[in-house]
Design a protein around this ligand. Structure first.
Ligand code: SF4
Length: 54
């Protein structure tokens, strides 16, 4: 189960850039599109504020 900590997320878009299958930016925050995408872990590691939980 993948989730975004909306309080931490700064909407930088890195997760959606690294993993467009898994994330998108909506209303200035990241949302999970597909928690089973193979790039989820890479996106988690790329988040500057550690807002992605797996
Ligand atoms: S990389 Fe992190 S801070 Fe940036 S949009 Fe994604 S969840 Fe938010």
């Amino acid at each position: 189960m993948v989730s975004i900590n909306k309080e931490k997320c700064i909407g930088c878009g890195t997760c959606a850039a690294v993993c467009p299958e898994g994330f998108e930016i909506k209303g200035g925050k990241a949302v999970v599109k597909n928690g089973n995408a193979s790039c989820i872990k890479e996106a988690k590691e790329s988040c500057p504020v550690d807002a992605i939980k797996i």
